[in-house]
Design a protein around this ligand. Sequence first.
Ligand SMILES: [Zn+2]
Length: 257
Amino acid sequence: MDTTPTTQPTADWHDFYVEPYPGRKGNERIQETCGACGGTGIYTAPTYITDGEGRPYCFACKGSGVHSRLVSSARATARSHAKARAEHANTMQALAARRADFELAHPGLRDQLTEAHLSVRDGNPLRLRIGQLLDSLEDYTGTLDDAEVTEAHALLEQLEQEKAARRPVPTGRTIIRGEILATKTLDSQWGITVKMLVQGPGWRVWGSRPSEISTAGRGDVVEFTATVSASDDDDSFGFYSRPTKAHIIAAGLRRTA
Ligand SMILES: [Zn+2]
């Protein structure tokens, strides 16, 4: 879509400029507190260089605690600060305008994506991509291009289908057979373990990858026996423990994808 903001940037650096020395001539000299030592003239980090009385002195102001400069130079500094603030204000304003334009062009899509992101579990590949689209809307560009909008609708549709296809996970000591959707390596004080997310017909389980199938990864279809308990808030999601008799049934076609 068109990314031109509906409102043009309006913040001007003059709006942010604070005159540091009102009424003074540009060629007058003024003294400013030294920022390096906060005006004390004393250097607070360890040093061997000291003033005549054994005190470590600030290099930046040679121990005086002040810097002498022209009023015109102080004004130039104030001007560049004002310009930076105006630029930031304009950037934020343009971002807000693009976000508002996007909401007009695609009512509710941002809310739908936010809700979808909250409803999708960590480890579900849909979650990562929805999160990226949201980042773009919230923080970076404030909008999505046509291809991303199409993708967003497809992701929401896919999520709806996944929800409709949900079945309660088999619980107790049971045989798990399914495809590995994702693996995650965890480094703890007890060593490195690899967790895996396995997709069965309408349910998913999460647990440690058995050592017998240590080469198994995303897309592989695996089978093992384990003790499964369902999640409290989602009966189609389970956590398994004590996996045995694990083997790879089919190597995944998506391994290299
Ligand atoms: Zn100083």
